[in-house]
Design a protein around this ligand. Structure first.
Ligand code: KG4
Ligand code: ZN
Length: 368
């Protein structure tokens, strides 16, 4: 987040105790606009996805995604205003994802937000997409700082201590693939299509999670990092070896169960470490965010973990876990309240870690 005070920043109207913020999300294949009020009300939440086009290619094609954002963003914003029943004169600020993500899409959203902010003389907020996910539970469940965060999306799998807005300590990250990436790659191996997470979850409902024996990488390790690439290889090898001997749903259920076990084990380690370090004065809360948090089997596992350790759990509703603009608008509310607008000089950031001081985990191919 850039917070330099430069002349082209519109003054924040400090009289607005419950600001109305327009949020824009365009970092992957969802073009989204939402209007959120500071009293935790989502006035509108419009999402247009180009995922059906990408499905034909087995994954997101950045150029197609950027073109789709260009075509779709203006009508999506208009729709969000109409659905919310607000006019431009009622909007207090504009927040847009400034990274990390596919640079073409982030550019489209950023340029649009800056232009509208200048035209309507409104403050502009460049939001870290990951922070949008991280703060969603404050919009939906009013969770207080500090809290533990399991951020599980298509590009990231991290455990963070969220101390305040813009203040994160990364406790663990993946050494290779993200959990969402494993769902997507696993679905490709099993011919279940893209996006893989929802397809695996649906298929797994009819499957036997104990049918295929898959590893639980790093289970019991004395740190909070993840590794998922071995699990992808193990699934592909099992599928090559056993083929039709098992139903696709058995492979899907076994993979989902292995991922859930890995998340359970690493979060368990993070909870005990934060207890040892006395990070929480009151009952700690675990927040789960990002697209993979939409998975019911995973949230059930984390539910039982939190019950065992007397830790609170907040998982936003599925449509606010996957990419959306309400989370970006809410992050805008948080920055608005702290009087921290961004400079119109902000340059989109394809990589933008929440904790840029975190040291890399052991191993190669480190994801920030
Ligand atoms: O947060 P998100 O919408 O986009 C990113 O910022 O990456 O996360 C997308 C990821 C994809 O990998 C998708 O397969 C996964 O979230 N996902 C799921 C589910 N819904 C989405 N994974 C497991 N179960 C789901 N129900
Ligand atoms: Zn996301």
């Amino acid at each position: 987040m850039t917070t330099d005070s430069v002349e082209n920043i519109a003054e924040i109207k400090r009289n607005a105790s419950s600001p109305i913020i327009l949020g824009i999300e365009s970092s992957c294949d969802e073009t989204a606009a939402a209007i959120v009020r500071g009293d935790h009300t989502i006035l509108s939440n419009v999402i247009a996805s180009s995922s059906a086009i990408h499905a034909k290619h087995g994954g997101v094609v950045p150029e197609i995604a950027a073109r789709a954002h260009l075509d779709t963003l203006a009508p999506v914003i208009e729709e969000s205003l109409k659905e919310a029943g607000v006019t431009w004169s009622q909007i207090d600020g504009i927040a847009a994802t400034g990274g990390p993500g596919l640079i073409g899409g982030v550019l489209v959203g950023t340029v649009a937000a800056k232009a509208m902010a200048q035209f309507h003389d409104l403050p502009y907020f460049a939001i870290n997409h990951l922070e949008g996910h991280a703060l969603t539970a404050r919009l939906t469940d009013k969770v207080a700082f500090p809290y533990l965060l399991l951020l599980v999306s298509g590009g990231h799998t991290q455990i963070l201590l969220v101390k305040d807005v813009g203040n994160y300590e990364r406790l663990g990250t993946t050494m290779d693939d993200a959990a969402g990436e494993l769902f997507d790659k696993g679905a490709k191996v099993l011919g279940l299509g893209y996006p893989g997470g929802p397809a695996i979850e649906r298929s797994a409902l009819a499957g036997n999670a104990k049918a295929i024996s898959l590893p639980r990488p790093l289970k019991g390790a004395d740190h909070c990092h993840f590794s998922f690439s071995g699990l992808k290889t193990a699934l592909a090898q099992a599928y090559d070896k056993y083929g039709d001997q098992f139903e696709i749903s058995d492979y899907a259920a076994s993979l989902q169960s292995a991922i859930a076990d890995c998340l359970y084990d690493r979060v368990k380690k993070a909870i005990s470490k934060s207890f040892e370090n006395h990070e929480f004065a009151q009952k700690p809360v675990l927040v789960v965010a990002g697209g993979v948090a939409a998975n019911q089997a995973i949230s059930r596992r984390l539910h039982s973990l939190c019950a065992d350790y007397d830790v609170g759990l907040a998982v936003p509703p599925a449509k606010l876990c996957t990419d959306n603009a309400a989370m970006i608008a809410w992050a805008g509310v948080e920055y608005y309240r702290r009087n921290m607008p961004s400079s119109l000089d902000f340059a989109p950031r394809p990589r933008w870690p929440l904790d840029d001081k975190a040291s890399p985990p052991p191993g190669r191919g480190v994801r920030q």
